[in-house]
Design a protein around this ligand. Structure first.
Ligand SMILES: [Fe+2]
Length: 313
């Protein structure tokens, strides 16, 4: 199938396989804000041959047979809708891709760094992030991945939080991202974060009356944004289709995630747990404690369910 009628981004053939610098940003600004607050930066992937629509279509076709490497849905979505609340669709993913201008589709290719060329690009990005932050992500990150988002004009990506921190690079089209302060507990409560890490990836609840607290960034080709772990965000595409490349790192999952999971179960048992960051000792106990006693976790879940049932009576 030819996809050349869909879009033909201008390709600069002279772009080297791996550019000298992937992320173009002031080093001090990057180090100071990394995983603390969102910030924009420039990148050099826009127009790179690895991200033409033909190449992306080929990558999509190769990814379809691998479990959990492709996700898509189509149809209008609201900011506050859940991931699993999917609009109906009566066409294939191939058609969604070919007619991306009109299908209201959101196509996600996970693990895009299976492509050797994309892998090399992202390794370069990893090296730069490590160098700028001093964080040995290649050792500390539980996982790291490249995800590609291909979306229809005006398509909304629902409000959510992520377990990884990301560099989101716009390579084609424009989109606006609205990012909230991850420490604002009116926007994102402790309970929502605890539920997110433990039981429900859609636990973050959009609060329209607090929209003015978001920082809004226009992503154009060559622009990128850094999104910290658990910073709530939602996105809306511009008039054209959009292609974005995401480099992400899961590197605090055990520490931060385990504390929130411990707090989730403690709250279920009627306690008011101390949020992470207030006591190093308690955080350490929770982070390590949650790794050991699976039987206790199961017991806590059972107690939680019992309490929920009692509360509902
Ligand atoms: Fe996200």
């Amino acid at each position: 199938m030819s996809t050349t009628t869909v879009v033909s981004p201008s390709i600069a053939n002279e772009i080297p396989h791996v550019p000298e610098q992937l992320y173009l940003v002031e080093r001090a600004k990057f180090a100071e804000n990394f995983n603390r607050r969102p910030f924009m930066l420039d990148h050099s992937l826009s127009g790179h041959p690895a991200f033409t629509m033909d190449r992306l279509h080929s990558l999509l076709e190769r990814s379809l047979s691998i479990p959990k490497k492709v996700y898509w849905n189509a149809g209008k979505k609201r900011i506050d809708q859940r991931w699993d609340d999917r609009p109906g669709r009566d066409f294939s993913i191939d058609e969604a891709f070919r007619r991306i201008r009109e299908t209201d589709a959101w196509i996600v290719i996970f693990g895009a760094d299976r492509d050797p060329e994309i892998h090399d690009l992202l390794e370069k990005g990893l090296a730069e992030v490590q160098e700028m932050t001093g964080i040995p992500l290649s050792k500390e990150a539980k996982s790291r991945e490249c995800i590609i988002f291909i979306t229809s004009p005006h398509r909304v990506t629902e409000y959510h939080i992520d377990r990884e921190c990301s560099m989101l690079m716009q390579v084609y089209g424009k989109k606006t991202i609205h990012v909230f302060d991850k420490t604002d507990r009116e926007v994102l409560s402790e309970e929502e974060i605890e539920r997110f890490w433990t039981a429900d990836t859609n636990a973050a609840i959009y609060k329209p009356h607090l929209q003015s607290r978001a920082s809004s960034f226009l992503l154009e080709p060559g622009k990128a944004i850094h999104i910290p772990i658990n910073a709530p965000h939602w996105l809306e595409n511009g008039d054209d289709i959009s292609v974005s490349v995401n480099q992400n790192f899961v590197f605090l999952d055990q520490k931060l995630g385990n504390v929130y999971r411990a707090n989730y179960y403690a709250r279920k048992m009627g306690f008011t747990p101390l949020p992470p960051g207030r006591s190093q000792t308690r955080d350490l106990i929770k982070a390590h404690g949650m790794r050991i006693p699976n039987f206790l976790v199961r017991r806590a879940k059972a107690i939680g369910k019992t309490l929920q049932r009692k509360e509902a009576q």
